[in-house]
Structures are given as structure tokens and as C-alpha cells.
Design a protein around this ligand. Structure first.
Ligand code: SAH
Length: 254
């Protein structure tokens, strides 16, 4: 039997945001690999094995899934959101590059999912309506001074910035530090969207400003979108505000 490996994005959490292609890849798998809480989102099927591992074990998980597929099984590795955004797809590619020839001979596919920044943006309007970038504030895999350089470059170049991994138990200071850094380039009134657990029961999306952002309740399930100088907030009676970044840059520069 010829095995296969699919790296599957589960979206932000709401089952309605799982694509039909992802559902088909999950249904076809003999074995599922992933971080426990993500695997818990996948309905159980008879005859399908589950291999849960810790969040930090991405390399070992990728290698184990590839070995399993090389033995002939259809294997799915799951990720929250999109697997190509700060997630398992790159870990799998790394193992394919570095591992035995059998890994490179495998039928491998990548099934996209709705990434957190798109799910958060859709809850509030169109904050990513013009040029934007995404940064992870995790310094597990890169030094913090690289994060600072990228924040400086992105804010001064006028990008809207989506911040993944804003805090963790081990790094509670990083989000405040990033906000302080962005404040060097952007006005205190710059709109900031704080989206927590979007697509899940405890979802919370709020709008604040750069001046107030550091005190916002951000945690590991939070995605932050920091506006640019162009980003606007539209107040609405009896409805939450809309946040958007116009498609055309202001014609008169400050
Ligand atoms: N592959 C994932 C991102 C993994 S990094 C994706 O494409 O969404 C993990 C970070 O993603 C979290 O720290 C948080 O910043 C963000 N995140 C993931 N799911 C989220 C959700 N439902 N709501 C808000 N942020 C989320």
C-alpha cells in the first residue's frame, strides 16, 4: 500500500470554518497526529488512530507522522488555523528535506485553513484591507532582537501588523514590550484589535488603541491586529464599531 501525508488546517475553531477539503482529508486518514486540543476538535471515527503530542514537539511529531506514512498509511497532521502559518507545514517540510529518501518519495499535500488573522479581521470589518504583514512574537525559534527589528521596519513602512503568539506563560512581557516598540512609530490613537478565541465559545473581540493595548487581556489564544496610520474606526449606534484600512492610501501625506 502506498501511504500519504496531508497537513491539514482546522481553521480557528468554529466547525463551519473547516473547509470541505480539510474534512475530506480528515475522513480519509488512518492516523491523525497533532497537538491534543486540536485533535480534540476532530470528530472520532472508528478505525482511525490518534497520536497527540505536546505543542512544543513539532519536529518529533512531523518525523513520526512521516515515518507512519512511509509505512503505507494515510496520515493527517492537524494544525489550528492554516498549517502554513506559524504551524506544522514548515516542520513537515523540514523533516522531508532532512530525513531519509522515503520521506521525499511520499505523496504529501497541504490543505489550507482559515488563519487566525483572517478570522479576527472578519469579526470587526476590514483591518487588513490594505498592505499588511504578520509576525509571531514567540522568540522560541528566533531571537527577540529580530522581533524588535521587524516591528520597527513594519511599523515605519506603514504596514498593518497581525501579531501571532502575543504572550505565553513563559513570556508575559513580550506583548507589552512590542506595544512600546510600535509606539515609537505610531500615534497613541492607532486602532488595535484584540481577538481572543475567535470561532470558539469564549470568543471576545474588542477594539482599543495603542496607548491602551498593553493592558488588554491578551493570552495564548489571542491574535492582535495593530492598525497603520490609515486605519479607521467607524462608530455605529447600537452596534460594535467597524475597523477598516482604506484601499487607497491618504493622498496628502502628513
Ligand atoms: N496556524 C495558526 C497559528 C498558530 S500560532 C493559524 O493559522 O491561525 C498560535 C497563535 O495563533 C495564537 O497564539 C494566537 O495568536 C493565534 N490564534 C490561533 N487560533 C486563534 C483563535 N481562534 N482566535 C484568536 N487567535 C488565535
Amino acid at each position: 500500500m502506498t501511504g500519504s501525508l496531508a497537513v491539514v488546517g482546522l481553521g480557528p475553531g468554529d466547525p463551519r470554518l473547516l473547509t470541505p477539503e480539510a474534512a475530506a482529508a480528515l475522513a480519509r486518514a488512518h492516523a491523525l497526529y497533532g497537538y491534543g486540543p486540536y485533535l480534540d476538535r476532530v470528530p472520532r471515527r472508528a478505525g482511525q488512530s490518534r497520536h497527540a503530542s505536546d505543542n512544543r514537539e513539532e519536529t518529533a511529531r512531523a518525523a513520526a507522522a512521516l515515518r507512519h506514512a512511509a509505512q503505507g498509511a494515510h496520515v493527517a497532521v492537524v494544525s489550528g488555523g492554516d498549517p502554513g502559518v506559524f504551524a506544522m507545514a514548515a516542520a513537515v517540510c523540514e523533516q522531508i528535506e532532512q530525513g531519509p529518501d522515503s520521506f521525499r518519495a511520499l505523496d504529501v499535500s497541504f490543505v489550507p485553513g482559515i488563519t487566525a488573522m483572517l478570522a479576527v479581521a472578519a469579526k470587526i470589518g476590514a483591518p487588513l484591507g490594505h498592505d499588511f504583514c504578520a509576525l509571531s512574537l514567540s522568540d522560541n525559534l528566533k531571537p527577540w532582537d529580530a522581533v524588535e527589528r521587524r516591528l520597527d521596519a513594519a511599523a515605519s513602512a506603514g504596514f498593518v501588523i497581525a501579531l501571532y503568539n502575543p504572550v505565553s506563560r513563559a513570556r508575559p512581557w513580550q506583548f507589552g514590550n512590542a506595544v512600546e516598540r510600535l509606539h515609537r512609530h505610531l500615534p497613541a490613537t492607532t486602532p488595535v484589535v484584540i481577538g481572543r478565541a475567535v470561532g470558539r465559545e469564549d470568543e471576545d473581540v474588542r477594539v482599543t488603541t495603542l496607548a491602551e493595548a498593553a493592558t488588554a487581556p491578551a493570552d495564548m489564544a489571542t491574535l492582535v491586529i495593530v492598525g497603520s496610520r490609515e486605519t479607521r474606526v467607524v462608530a455605529r449606534p447600537g452596534r460594535p464599531p467597524l475597523v477598516y484600512t482604506p484601499r487607497a492610501a491618504a493622498k496628502v501625506s502628513a
